[in-house]
Design a protein. Structure first.
Ligand SMILES: Cc1ncc(COP(=O)(O)O)c(C=O)c1O
Length: 398
């Protein structure tokens, strides 16, 4: 049997206090008569019509028209020639790394401040994730610290566009060029974001999107690789489907995977991608509203704003500074009592039970983000009244 990796918080020493407390108990808002979830999908377009069509015509597996159409339309939204759908953002990352030939003995640079899938995808290949701290201003990988982590084994950098805010791609591309590294964009959270007028998903060698139900475009579960490189697209497509070869069906020249999206999922994706611009714009509008209502509050740091990028605010994220007078966990608890669901920021990779003993270094910025960060309700379906309620609830409890 597989062994669970235990990490007693005492082993973390003074770092134990930055690990979020238990999830607060969410109650129905006495004023609204319901809860405001941190996120939920918006499925009021052509989703049910397209799904019904799959059922009526028997096209429910990974063969069917919706897949190709969804891939084409999503790739167009990302400014790339190719889109290769798959089962999740995690499998997109794994497929990307395997396609690039990354495996045992290789090193891949990633931010420590990310979701677990970024590190795990590297681990699945047998390569070693090499961690870099976050930048205080953007919460993305600190580009000034990448070069010192490069060794002769480094093969790639995975850059995460955290919470929808694009990373500094010019700097990353110039480092990658100097050391002959691949650049993989983890764009799971950044549908529709832009960096200096370029679409996120089109800048590195390959990019990976997630379509989990809380993402700006969803298929329930699902993912997509985007690239402008024909060869990468061809190999990824082959690996996605057991690497069945074109000349003889049951003939396999790579170790492939079954990472195929179904026509049912793609039906939802197709209906969603028809509203790509609308959904992206909704996230941006909601962030504007939150910003305008929260900006006067001392002790709350608003999400990053930097020049030349289009942040899509996948999740509206704030930092609870010490001067607010209550801790992040206390604030979450009081909001939960009022029916407002929130989520803490990522716990960095070097503090995860599965990785902790491999990374004795400290990463102070990521640790501070972990201690102070949380996101507020952010669904595309959120109303102005709900945003008002969330902000009023914050003001009433601080
Ligand atoms: C940065 C990042 N990478 C990868 C993933 C994994 O995506 P999925 O949940 O679709 O596997 C996520 C999921 O939220 C994510 O936030």
């Amino acid at each position: 049997m597989i062994k669970k990796i235990e990490l007693n918080l005492k082993e973390l020493g003074d770092l134990a206090k930055i690990i979020p407390g238990p999830e607060p108990r969410l109650r129905v808002s006495p004023t609204l008569g319901r809860i405001i979830p941190v996120c939920e999908p918006k499925l009021d377009g052509n989703e049910s019509t397209y799904v019904a069509r799959c059922l009526e015509t028997n096209w429910i597996s990974s063969t069917g028209n919706n897949i190709e159409q969804f891939e084409k339309k999503f790739a167009r939204c990302c400014g790339t020639r190719y889109g290769i759908s798959c089962t999740s953002g995690t499998t997109a990352l794994h497929l990307a790394l395997v396609t690039l030939g990354i495996g045992k003995g290789d090193e891949v640079i990633i931010p420590t401040f990310t979701m677990i899938a970024t590190a795990n995808a590297v681990t699945y290949t047998g390569a070693t994730p090499v961690l870099v701290d976050a930048e205080p201003d953007t919460w993305n990988i600190d580009t000034e610290q990448i070069e010192e982590k490069i060794t002769e084994r480094t093969r790639a950098v995975i850059v995460v566009h955290t919470y929808g805010h694009p990373a500094d791609m010019d700097k990353i591309l110039s480092i990658a060029k100097k050391y002959h590294l691949y650049v993989v964009e983890d764009a799971a959270e950044a549908h529709g974001a832009e960096y200096k007028g370029k679409k996120i998903g089109s800048i590195g060698n390959i990019a990976c999107f997630s379509f989990y139900a809380n993402k700006i475009i969803t298929t329930g579960e699902g993912g997509m690789l985007t690239t402008n490189d024909k060869k990468i697209a061809e190999v990824a497509k082959e690996l996605r489907s057991h690497a069945f070869s074109k000349e003889r069906h049951f003939w396999h020249q790579y170790i492939g995977y079954n990472y195929r999206m179904t026509n049912l999922q793609a039906a939802i994706g197709l209906a969603q991608v028809e509203r790509f611009d609308e959904f992206v714009q909704l996230r941006i509008e909601h962030a504007r509203l939150y910003n305008s209502m929260l900006k006067g509050i001392k002790g709350i740091t608003l999400p990053p704003e930097t020049k030349d990028v289009k942040n899509v605010y996948w999740m509206y994220s704030i930092l609870v500074e010490d001067e607010l007078g209550i801790s992040r966990d206390e604030l979450r608890g009081r909001l939960a009592e009022r029916g407002v669901e929130t989520r803490t920021f990522f716990i960095p990779m070097h503090l995860q039970p599965i990785y902790f003993r491999r990374y004795p270094q400290r990463f102070p910025i990521a640790e501070e983000l972990c201690r102070k960060g949380m996101y507020l309700p952010s669904a595309s379906s959120l109303t102005e009244k709900e945003i008002n309620y969330v902000v009023k609830s914050i003001i009433s409890v601080i």
